[in-house]
Design a binder for this molecule. Structure first.
Ligand code: THU
Length: 161
């Protein structure tokens, strides 16, 4: 039996203002579009901004539904829209920001498991990894340099060949 340790580097910024310029802007887009989320049931608003290799920014926010499972997270609204609008263009980074009408979200919000799997599909079909920046309503930003850091041993199309 062998054991292998899988680890990753988490970068922690005290605020979005500490981020390199293009990612600070990306996070401010995520914060802004979070405010347009349709989240009447959870009162938890999430915004996601996808930076494409061609410089375009594609946004998404969570879209809830009275039939709860029919709603969709901000990250998948954004990444699917990016795939629809710019097929074949690599994704450089995704910024995510979450806030709540019930409590202050000061801890960075990481994408749910389904969204990690959805984003993994895009990372696997492009040469460079996708950077992920995560924050709550205010405060610290967590950053990883690849989606794989958040979803090690991910399932992918290699299994289907
Ligand atoms: N939500 C997201 O938009 N992204 C996540 O990664 C986690 C959860 C949304 C789904 C639902 O509308 C609300 O937040 C509460 O779960």
């Amino acid at each position: 039996m062998q054991k292998q340790k899988i680890s990753f580097d988490l970068s922690i910024y005290d605020s979005p203002q500490e981020l390199p310029g293009e990612y600070e802007k990306l996070m401010s887009v995520a914060q802004k579009c979070r405010q347009q989320a349709y989240a009447p049931y959870s009162n938890f608003q999430v915004g996601a901004a996808v930076l494409m290799e061609n410089g375009e920014i594609v946004i998404g926010n969570n879209q809830e539904n009275a039939s709860f499972p029919s709603g969709l997270c901000a990250e998948r609204v954004a990444i699917f829209q990016a795939g629809a609008r710019f097929p074949g263009v690599p994704v450089k980074a995704i910024a995510i920001s979450a806030a709540s009408g019930i409590t202050k979200v000061s801890k960075p919000a990481a994408p749910c498991g389904n969204c990690r799997q959805a984003i993994a599909e895009y990372e696997q079909k492009q040469p460079e990894p996708i950077k992920i920046f995560m924050m709550g309503e205010s405060g610290q930003v967590f950053a990883v340099s690849s989606l794989t850091d958040l979803l090690p041993l991910a399932f992918g199309n290699a299994y289907l060949k």
